[in-house]
Design a protein around this ligand. Structure first.
Ligand SMILES: Cc1ncc(COP(=O)(O)OP(=O)(O)O)c(N)n1
Ligand SMILES: Cc1ncsc1CCOP(=O)(O)O
Ligand SMILES: [Mg+2]
Length: 208
């Protein structure tokens, strides 16, 4: 399995957003270091998810960037993405692993050591851990776990931990200090005035 990128850009498909323009800008800067996770609204149809994933994958391929699909693993398989990400409302991790096969990249959401070790035992190849900080991007989230919560998970597992939720460039150092391998962002890039510049700053913070 190829090494996992440290910056995960999750598509923002809320009304008024332009996910493909943002992905294009981020890829031009981060190139093979970027993981793009195709995440659509729950109300989106499978056809809409498939068409977006196809287009995102086509943008990723020339750069050698990794494309993952959130929740809908059949869409990941259908477009030929590298894998997918599942959380508590999605397929259980072991079932997701069966769907993707042994070579697929499989992310699982965890916010505590117990769920984290269970997810890894069931076949997760990385963990999305959070929310680290408050965010308005997704509603109904539990309280933020902060860098200390990230550290607790990092200490419990031997797979890359990707911190998510309210991540900004300024917060990357404390998350790295807590042992996070990388970060996943929506707003820090998609809502930035200059998504390419925001991407460059995140990459710099993740690799310096
Ligand atoms: C890298 C990463 N971490 C966590 C999540 C959240 O997944 P989930 O808990 O299933 O919530 P939804 O994104 O499906 O609303 C993620 N997508 N990526
Ligand atoms: C999908 C998801 N799961 C936990 S936080 C989150 C959204 C993160 O978005 P942002 O980077 O804008 O805080
Ligand atoms: Mg999910």
């Amino acid at each position: 399995m190829p090494s996992l990128g440290r910056l995960h850009l999750i598509t923002d498909t809320r009304p008024g957003r332009d996910p493909l323009t943002v992905v294009r800008a981020a890829l031009a800067v981060a190139r093979a270091d970027l993981v793009v996770q195709v995440r659509v609204e729950d109300s989106a149809t499978d056809r809409e998810a498939y068409e977006l994933a196809q287009r995102v994958l086509a943008l990723c391929v020339p750069y050698g960037a990794t494309c993952l699909v959130n929740d809908r693993l059949h869409v990941a398989l259908a477009v030929g993405a590298a894998g997918g990400h599942v959380g508590a409302d999605d397929l259980p991790v072991a079932a997701a692993r069966r769907v993707l096969g042994p070579a697929g990249v499989l992310g699982a959401t965890a916010r505590a050591p117990g769920t984290a070790t269970a997810a890894v035992a069931a076949g997760a190849s990385y963990l999305g851990v959070g929310p680290c900080h408050a965010t308005s991007t997704k509603s109904g989230l539990p309280d933020p776990i902060g860098p200390a919560g990230v550290r607790a998970v990092v200490d419990a597992v031997d797979v890359p931990v990707i911190a998510i939720g309210g991540v900004t460039t300024e917060r990357v150092p404390e998350l790295r200090a807590a042992g996070a391998y990388g970060v996943a962002v929506v707003g820090a890039v998609s809502a930035a005035a200059d998504p390419a510049r925001a991407t460059a700053e995140l990459i710099e913070a993740l690799t310096c």
